[in-house]
Design a protein. Sequence first.
Length: 459
Amino acid sequence: MELPFAESYKIKMVEMLHKSTRNERETWIKEAKYNLFNLKSDQVFIDLLTDSGTGAMSDKQWAALMTGDESYAGARSYFEMQEAIHRILGFDYFLPTHQGRAAENVLYSTILKEGDIVPGNSHFDTTKGHIEFRKAKAIDCTISEAGDTQLEIPFKGNMDLEKLETVFKKYPAQRIPVVVLTITNNTAGGQPVSMSNIRSVSSLCKKYGIRLQIDSARFAENAYFIKTREKGYADKSIKEIVREMFSYADIATMSSKKDAIVNMGGFVAFRNETLWQKCQMFCIMNEGFITYGGMSGRDMSALAQGLDEGTEFDYLETRINQVAYLATKLDEYGIPYQRPAGGHAVFVDAKKILTHVPKEEFQAQTLAVELYLEAGIRGVEIGAILADRDPITRENRYPVLELLRLAIPRRTYTNNHMDVIASALKNVYDRRENIRRGYVITKELPIMRHFTIELAPAE
């Protein structure tokens, strides 16, 4: 008989979890102003708020921590990270930062100015926040098919080339300092971008003399989907696919807390030495000296090891199969989500579930609160709250997709936890007709409000 699939690792250390009562959770979420970011971690049973920095490091990564060099300048750990980035991604120049948004800050402080245009495939929250904070404009050029959660196509995160070229023709090249291609496309549901699309976007950028930045947080998961879904790549290794992906980019920013499987760290990498030198000033001002940025030596060593581990097929197969397993359980219960399941999360379609909750009362946030009340499971809204207000009109933006993201930490939970998540969501789904009101905003920040927003039940 065929052997069942098993994880490519064994567990070496565990952390105990606390199961709470419904009454406790009702008190805690009220005290948190119905913002799941405000919950204490010990008030959460299964934490799917994010896959960023929440994974379990390997024995080799922990060993790397112990050999980290904490020298202020020229630390050995920096050169370990430099070697890994060059060998795996193919970039000669990089600056370490404490996480992905810091990499964006260093880069955009250098290249963005008021009135600039930044096209992309569904900019995520920090990317759009950095762009709009500088009074520039982010334009979404994702393919329209990404807005249909029930449509199954292999590369739903792709950039629409016609939309992108329309932007290029409308604005002079000097107003478009960079194009951002996010792989995988988080906002659209963790959906991958094909190699063909990466190549075509790069070609179009070169035609108009515009730089291409790859937002690389989940680049390895994207490479896995290219290997398993795109013609011509089945026999290539993940590392070979990764090298080709980045060969089309001028710049890469990365939150290494995802596919490098570390708790903290990031970087911005460059093809061009001059741009690297220009960005050094903002790295030194905001992060630290250029050979440590915002990172300790031990974290740079663990990151270098994680880049290697994160680009191995066996690890990725285990990781993505667990996400697919949760999606299969939701299929059994008839719960709609962004199909096919993404690489790092299942994105539940709140708009299709909470049909009685007005969009002005934030359907995805309402579903997130209901799931927490049901079983102490913390997810995150990817919808109107995250979309923020229009920077000009200050009206709420209501995106096509209103999703509850259930982000699965790497090497952290078992499939038994996936069963609990699916069952809890089924319980919420079964009583969906009785959920008719959502939440209203009582306090918010002007940019990236979803982290600290305060809400109250709608009356």
